[in-house]
Design a protein around this ligand. Sequence first.
Ligand code: BES
Ligand code: MN
Ligand code: ZN
Length: 501
Amino acid sequence: MKKIKTSLSKKAPDEYLGDNLMIILRGASKELDEYIDTLDSRISNLISDHISDGNFSGAEGETTVLTLPAELPFRRIILAGAGNDNSFNNNSLRKAVSSGIRQAERFGGKSGIYISGFQQFTDSAKMVFTVFEASFLALYRFDLYKSTINKTPKKSISAISLLLPGKKIPASLSKSIDEARTICEAVYFGRDIINLPANDFNTGDFAAEARKIGRKANVKTTVYKEAQLKRMGMNAVLSVGRGSENPSMLITMEYNGGKQNGKPLVMVGKGVTFDSGGLSLKSAANMVEMKQDMGGAGVVMSAFKAAVELQLKINLVAIIATVENMPSGSAYRPSDVIKTHSGLTVEIINTDAEGRLILADALSYSKKFKPSAVIDVATLTGASKVALGTVGCAVMSFHKDLIEKIYHASENTDEKAWELPLWDEFNKQIKSDIADFKNSGGREGGAITAGLFLSKFIEGEKWAHIDMANVDYAYSETPITRKGASGFGIRLLVDFLKNWK
Ligand code: BES
Ligand code: MN
Ligand code: ZN
């Protein structure tokens, strides 16, 4: 991504001199605006004929490639559909650009993007942001482990230029490109660390990455190791990590971009670098995907990094609890009772319900920062997938205004989120006979009982919980993400932070 040159250009589509010209079309009529008309007549109506022949309907995500005669200035036109609704929105634009840039990538070289009827976008900054965000998101690849000969793509995009003919392009508009780049770099970072398997990314690597981010101005990073955690009473974190050779850690990152002494927003992330299930061992089929179980922490760290780089005017704290959940002679067991940081005790029913344990300690610890609000992000339950499929994450909170703010960010970023209820009636499922709570509430309402469990450790604070176990990892390709870590939640959180007051 660093190598891709970006620009805003006043060139009309027929004046563009790159390799690929992408044209975004939308609307049932697929009306070609005057600039496309001019281009079309220069190329003997290739575009309009192609459409009237029924080759392109303009549906969201649809693409078609037209190869042009060699005497023309560019080699091909890529038509990308933005849906058959006549009204434009940023979410359909994002999908269209992502789908189109994937086609362009097959050929490589310079790509121009022209949006038919772009003048209808009232918010030019947002339009520019969306075009580059979409391009960067779609072009991500994780091929670290591929030998050179197996690396893809063979070709790559060297430049992306958004064509805005007839429009004033104030210098400030290119700030939107920079912002898209910064946020997408954070998404790349998050995708990378989530994609890395646990043999190459474990608890110590989390600390190393946090320290790197901590080198920036206004940022303070602290890494608490096991001896300190013991003194702090972080017994839930320590218990979960006890079966592993990799030491458990709690990492805090503080960024002061807001008012001095202003209450910070605290983000808490589940960083289980590998979740074997522990003694309540997972099946082979379920275990193989568990390198992604540090996704919540990955998202929190990435959003923090973006917030620092964007120099957002807020006070922000990221807390990452990182452990590896392994079975061994020293592992914690089903039936153990743990005294958590909050003082509340938990009976272990299932060592595979480990995420809520480390979060219980981290959430309880977060109170020390006197937060304005706390949001935790976690790949917490398989039940979230049963409830919501793989489309959007689950949100839980007792504070409607927090849910509303998350929904707002969700609409802006098209990272979908939906509320699950923390109804009182679920409490009986996590009551223990011998301790304050048990760590598993069984199958029924599994995402909710996990959320309810967390709520016990953050009582009195404004708090929301995001369960993203169902969206953290893509098992099939979408316009903005290939198979593997999606980075879902990073853009959502950054948008949330940008609007946080
Ligand atoms: N890490 C898993 C949840 C998960 C599942 C993440 C699928 C990503 C994809 C979590 O620690 C877990 O094992 N949860 C159990 C809880 C149960 C034992 C109460 C689950 O969901 O089955
Ligand atoms: Mn588990
Ligand atoms: Zn887990």
